[in-house]
Design a protein around this ligand. Structure first.
Ligand code: FAD
Ligand code: NAP
Length: 522
């Protein structure tokens, strides 16, 4: 059935290249890059065959356009003629054809919810679906009820399904002469600061609280101005999150403010659009000949921590089109002293990014000047720390910048997981010069006897005496071995998509279960 959106073009996020990241899933023909697509869409060519008209599309009409040479797809109630886009789709024509003549919203959300199809496909827009859907839209909104003024507790609402109903958080607020405190009762033990994302700009407060796979949102236009520094307090045992705002003026607030559209909603995280805030580039340092460490400063009025194993999306306007790419934050360096849980630098986000000579996004990134701003999304990702917490042996298979999720993971494992006996990084690169943080890794291996690193080069030059080769079954059977028959193992793998996919298959063939292998993907 067709999913028609509750509002026109919700702007969930953006991007164009498939989840594959640096390398597309299928090789694109020459002249079919994202930049070539952007140029084509700006050429004035009639991409829909409708000479600029927008039409209402019935389900029957949509279904007729189901061939490669005539392919329409519906996404969130809007129909696009994707025929001219076929050869430019990084996931390949066959992937796109899976949704030919149908509603591709769910498929789209599964694969790349963050891709900004509105911007990418705007010239391909045929029109809106004419029919009302039978299936309910994912988001239930009842704006009129919410439009009343906020004052204290609001009724529970916007709950998606009965199973999540009992878990729906609620909130209350109170004030002193100088402070406003909003207390959110999550009904969930084990809340921590990583699960609270707070932004407050020009009286607009947005507080998102992650409860398992769900997200609770407070979104309010505050009735009075507040100072920039916001604070978050967590009462872990009772699952209470306090958002503390400092009043700008010492006045009594009669109400908290006006609710905004998604205020007091509780829904699946994946059903929420990505939220971006502008971060300032404060430094850019070389890591290797082609990779740099970018340090971004979050706004003072933002509380955001990227959990271990999760990534963010960066957004830039390139040639008039919004382009979004995922990046996995790292630490500023690899801490060598793993005695204490490292204290978080929560003001900065560090990104280790390889600049590709012909890379659309990374070239634009590299041209940013210190002091420039870039949009950074809230974190996403399926990795859960609990996967490591029960392991005795951790194997990290990384290729190139696939090393990035391993940085925080290493730090977490060696600092906070007591049952881990060994942590082994098997790091695949082309040449010695490509190895990221080699020195730091070698020092860490010397310092911590639980940690071991193995570099494997696919194209070694000079007199490399180390291991040479590509990921293979024999190589994995040599380096990934249980030290005891019954030891609990976790293997994390990240790199170019084919590397990750092959690695997962080899590990399966070697007898590792699905639970024992975590591939990092978008
Ligand atoms: P693109 O324009 O996409 O091209 C990149 C390179 O690949 C170019 O050299 C190009 O010529 C080549 N290329 C493009 N298409 C093809 C093709 N079809 N076949 C063969 N080669 C092709 N990267 C990092 O550096 N650091 C990170 O922390 C990081 N984290 C990520 C996290 C996730 C979850 C994912 C999915 C990816 C991550 N990436 C990371 C990769 C990143 O998202 C981008 O893909 C990367 O920066 C390249 O973007 P680009 O636009 O510059 O390059
Ligand atoms: P790279 O330099 O191209 O490759 C690193 C190593 O992997 C090289 O030894 C390379 O060998 C090997 N390799 C490349 N493609 C392979 C394949 N198809 N099969 C087997 N081995 C392969 O790597 P990079 O440019 O840094 O790219 C890193 C990739 O990691 C990007 O695609 C990025 O999207 C991805 N990434 C994903 C995440 C995530 O999902 N969370 C996070 C960070 C990075 P040869 O080149 O000699 O063949």
């Amino acid at each position: 059935m067709l999913n028609v959106p509750p509002q026109a073009f919700p702007a969930p996020s953006s991007q164009q290249r498939a989840a594959a990241g640096g390398r597309a899933k299928v090789p694109l023909k020459p002249g079919r890059s994202l930049m070539d697509w952007i140029r084509l869409t700006k050429s004035g060519k009639d991409m829909t065959g409708l000479k600029g008209r927008l039409i209402e599309v019935t389900e029957d009409e949509l279904a007729k356009h189901n061939k490669k040479e005539d392919c329409w797809i519906c996404i969130r109630g809007f129909v696009y003629n994707v025929t001219p886009y076929m050869e430019y789709h990084p996931g390949g024509e066959d992937e796109l054809m899976k949704a030919a003549g149908t509603d591709g919203t769910d498929l789209f959300d599964q694969v790349h919810r963050w891709v900004n199809y509105e911007s990418m496909l705007k010239e391909c827009l045929v029109g809106r679906m004419a029919v009302k859907p039978i299936t309910a839209p994912k988001e239930i909104t009842s704006v009129s009820e919410e439009k009343k003024q906020l004052n204290g507790m609001l009724p529970k609402k916007k709950v998606l399904c009965t199973s999540s109903k009992d878990l729906t958080p609620s909130y209350d607020w109170f004030q002193t002469d100088s402070l406003i405190t909003i207390a959110v009762y999550t009904k969930q033990k084990g809340m921590n600061a990583d699960l609270v994302i707070l932004d407050c700009e020009d009286k607009r407060l947005r507080g998102e609280i992650i409860v398992d796979d769900y997200s609770y949102l407070l979104e309010v236009d505050l009735s009075h101005a507040v100072q920039e520094d916001v604070a978050v307090n967590i009462a872990e045992k009772v699952g209470k999150v306090e958002i503390i705002l400092k009043k700008k003026d010492n006045v009594h607030w009669k109400i908290l403010g006006q609710p905004l559209e998604n205020h007091n909603t509780f829904m699946k995280r994946t059903d929420r659009g990505l939220f971006y805030r502008k971060c300032k580039l404060v430094s850019k340092t070389e890591v290797t000949h082609d990779t740099k460490l970018f340090c971004l400063l979050l706004p003072e009025s933002t509380h955001l921590r990227v959990p271990t194993g999760q990534h963010v999306y960066l957004k830039q306007i390139i040639a008039g089109t919004e382009v979004v790419k995922p990046y996995t934050p790292v630490l500023p360096f690899l801490p060598l002293d793993f005695q204490e849980p490292s204290c978080h630098d929560s003001a900065h986000i560090y990104l280790m990014i390889k600049i590709y000579p012909r890379g659309l996004f990374t070239q634009a990134l590299d041209h940013l000047q210190i002091g420039d701003y870039i949009s950074v999304s809230s974190p996403e990702g399926s990795f859960k720390k609990s996967q490591v917490q029960t392991s005795e042996e951790l194997f990290l298979l990384a290729a190139g910048t696939g090393f990035t999720p391993m940085v925080k993971l290493l730090n977490f494992a060696l600092t906070e997981v007591n049952c881990l006996r060994t942590v082994k990084l098997i790091f695949f690169n082309r040449t010695e010069d490509d190895i990221l943080w080699r020195n730091q890794l070698e020092q860490l291996a010397l310092k911590d006897e639980r940690f071991e690193v193995q570099f494997i080069l696919s194209q070694p030059v000079r007199d490399w005496v180390g291991k040479q080769g590509m990921i293979s079954s024999s190589l994995l059977s040599e380096f990934v071995k249980r030290s005891r028959k019954d030891s609990k193992v976790l293997i994390c793998i990240c790199g170019p998509t084919p590397f990750t996919e092959q690695g997962v298959q080899y590990l399966k063939d070697l007898g590792y279960s699905q639970e024992e292998v975590h591939p990092f993907t978008a």
